[in-house]
Design a protein around this ligand. Structure first.
Ligand SMILES: Nc1ncnc2c1ncn2[C@@H]1O[C@H](COP(=O)(O)OP(=O)(O)OP(=O)(O)O)[C@@H](O)[C@H]1O
Length: 335
């Protein structure tokens, strides 16, 4: 008998309206318990479909999904889809009752058999998601980000083993987002919760996830830790998803002093060092983009444009000439 996985899909295919280009094709994946797995990939590549298959919201056309060795049943086999030990939160907070208070929304999922436990547990969860101060407010009166926090508290109150997050932070502004990401990381650490998330934000997946799964056209093309996938992505596609690299053709790479036999080269902004007083000041600063605590510079030579990270804000002016040194680059067969 084979090894029993925590949560795994075996050769799962789900196409919509028999269109092989939609959904996902022949995916096998095993989810590590107690960790955050992030599914990334360009738009329409099957991320949400995979999430729904793992949760049992969709039935696969072929293949099977197992949770601790037991078959996950989809809507074809089960009247109410979804799994008792799993919860999903999306960017839509549809299952919240807008006219009930925050506390009522969260506590409603606990039974009335032990009222003391129900009260304490609700408070603990609201505190963990930083919404205890809002407990008596009606959900209808909350901001989008606050609603999102309440939706997560509601999902977690019944202590699911797996939490699925389908772009749940989309409506949330940057500072709120970071706080929420940290809250979820803390909960995962403290409780051993397993999180499977879909996100379009590279900064979010790199800082939150323990494991990244890269999807392209309905298939898994790469998988690993955020650090490895950022530093040494096997595919140009992954490099583009996770970093703000500049992609150069072989001819363009030559302009940068890189001789490659491969078709394309990727250079991250932080791999380029500017030399203001060098002898070969043959690059020109085309644009200085203020990014807060750092700047992004667009530097140009012979129609080749490179994106450069500059932490020394204000040092370089548009139109100035500079030299540069490329400290690292990655080579790829396909562009
Ligand atoms: N209910 C549906 N009916 C028909 N086609 C669908 C349906 N749901 C998804 N698709 C198609 O399947 C493909 C994968 O969709 P999915 O929503 O899984 O991608 P995604 O990677 O999550 O996309 P996004 O990042 O844009 O949310 C897309 O081409 C989409 O148009």
């Amino acid at each position: 008998m084979g090894k029993i996985h925590f949560l795994n899909a075996e050769s799962v295919t789900k196409n919509y309206s028999n269109d092989k280009a939609s959904g996902v094709n022949n995916i096998s994946i095993s989810i590590t318990p107690g960790k955050i797995t992030a599914i990334v990939g360009e738009s329409g590549t099957g991320k949400s479909t995979l999430l729904k298959l793992l949760y049992g919201l969709l039935s696969p056309d072929e293949g099977e999904v197992f949770f601790k060795g037991g078959l996950i049943m989809g809507p074809i086999e089960k009247l109410i889809p979804g799994h008792d030990h799993m919860k999903m939160v999306t960017q839509h907070t549809d299952d919240l009752n807008l006219f009930a208070t925050v506390r009522e929304n969260v506590s409603a999922l606990l039974p009335n058999t032990n009222l003391e436990y129900k009260k304490n547990e609700t408070e603990r969860m609201l505190r963990q998601l930083n919404v205890l101060a809002l407990q008596d407010k009606r959900v209808a009166d909350l901001s989008g980000g606050e609603k999102q926090r309440v939706a997560i508290a509601r999902a977690l109150i019944t202590k699911p083993v797996v939490l699925f997050l389908d772009e749940p932070f989309n409506q949330v502004d940057a500072s709120f987002r970071e706080g929420l990401q940290q809250n979820i990381r803390d909960i995962v650490k403290q409780s051993g919760l397993t999180v499977i998330m879909v996100s379009h934000d590279p900064a979010e997946v790199l800082s939150m996830a323990d494991e990244l799964v890269v999807l392209k056209k309905g298939s898994i093309v790469e998988q690993g830790t955020p650090e490895n996938m950022y530093k040494e992505p096997a595919m140009l596609y992954t490099a583009q998803l996770l970093s703000r690299c500049t992609i150069l053709t072989r001819a363009e790479a030559k302009v940068c002093g890189i001789d490659t036999k491969k078709a394309a080269v990727a250079i991250n902004p932080e791999y380029i060092e500017l030399i203001a007083s060098g002898l070969n000041n043959d690059w020109r600063i085309k644009q200085v983009l203020f990014k807060g605590f750092f700047e992004e510079l667009l530097v140009e030579k012979n129609d080749v444009l490179l994106r450069v990270l500059n932490m020394d804000r204000g040092r370089y002016n548009e139109g100035a000439n500079v030299g540069l040194r490329i400290k690292k680059y990655l080579e790829y067969e396909n562009e």
